[in-house]
Design a protein around this ligand. Structure first.
Ligand SMILES: NC(=O)c1ccc[n+]([C@@H]2O[C@H](COP(=O)([O-])OP(=O)(O)OC[C@H]3O[C@@H](n4cnc5c(N)ncnc54)[C@H](OP(=O)(O)O)[C@@H]3O)[C@@H](O)[C@H]2O)c1
Length: 273
């Protein structure tokens, strides 16, 4: 009897993450999900983790003994005011970029051992909104505009994912980034017109569409990357929810920028390991 493939989905006690997790169990996988609040989720194995610190991501990685699929789903975290984690890293950057980097690099030996490991990093089309140099004001100490900081964090996460994919070439592990698209989740429910000023005048219309966007549908593209046989050889792709390639800023395709982002993640996490 072969044991089932094992997956870990972060920030997955609710929202898009739990939809991804449930879809993976329905495909016969053993699935671990993480969240801060203790919950009992039938069919899923819950690990209580607050991903905001480097140490917590390392501790989580040490609890896992087998892994075939890692879905770095946790993210978003738009907030009106700048805050820092216990590692003194700006919160949005910590959750969307540094955390996934630490967790992934820590579990990489397990994914390599899998023989067919898959890493799926959940990003957002918001990454296209960051127009500046990705390496300036990374911790948003000079300027904090909520949506811009999220865009910056998702851009860095995408750049780092592509650096990872290049390092994994030929290893039997693949890494891709995907925008799940809009879904009505705790993260979406917490949005306010102040957080997304561009939507201020069309707020009721935006909310009407958001409320109808299901997390099950948003889970589909990530689940495709995590399980589909035809995705087994896909590596270093940045996909939209319809599985087409995302139109990304030119910097995303620059290997030097990708490598510099890897070094940035290493530098931000180094003192806290
Ligand atoms: N929803 C959308 O419209 C949309 C669109 C594009 C991209 N995305 C991306 O898709 C991903 C999922 O989005 P979502 O809207 O489903 O997110 P969400 O609603 O904010 O996710 C909630 C889940 O994350 C957990 N969580 C939050 N902070 C955590 C922390 N510090 N440590 C551990 N778990 C934590 C929550 O559990 P606890 O509260 O118990 O911790 C809960 O299980 C994100 O990367 C987001 O950027 C979403």
């Amino acid at each position: 009897v072969t044991s089932p493939r094992t997956a870990l989905v972060t920030g997955a006690t609710d929202g898009i993450g739990i939809s991804i997790a449930r879809a993976l169990t329905s495909k016969g996988m053993r699935v671990f999900v993480t969240g801060r609040r203790s919950v009992d989720l039938p069919g899923l194995e819950f690990l209580q983790v607050d991903h905001s610190t480097v140490a917590a991501n390392i501790a989580l990685a040490r609890k896992v003994t087998r892994l075939d699929v890692l879905v770095n789903n946790l993210g978003g975290a738009l907030s009106a005011h700048r805050s820092e984690t216990a590692d003194s890293i700006e919160n949005t950057i910590a959750l969307n970029f540094v955390g996934p980097f630490v967790l992934t690099t820590e579990v990489l030996p397990l994914l390599r051992h899998s023989g067919s490991g898959r890493i799926v990093n959940i990003v957002s089309s918001a990454l296209r909104m960051w127009r500046g140099d990705p390496f300036l004001d990374v911790l948003a100490t000079e300027q904090f505009v909520p949506l811009q900081v999220l865009a910056h964090a998702k851009l860095l996460n995408t750049l780092w994912t592509l650096a990872l994919a290049r390092r994994l070439e030929g290893s039997g592990v693949v890494a891709n980034a995907v925008n799940p698209g809009m879904a009505w989740t705790p993260g979406t429910r917490a949005l306010t017109p102040e957080l997304v000023p561009a939507w201020r005048w069309i707020w009721p219309i935006v909310r009407w569409f958001q409320k109808r966007a299901s997390a099950e549908k948003a889970a589909q593209a990530p689940v495709f990357l995590a399980t589909a046989p035809e995705a087994a050889a896909m590596n270093g792709r940045v996909l939209e929810s319809n599985l087409k390639s995302m139109a990304v800023p030119p910097v995303v395709a620059d290997p030097a920028a990708q490598d510099r982002t890897w070094e940035l993640a290493e530098a931000l996490s180094r003192g806290h390991r």
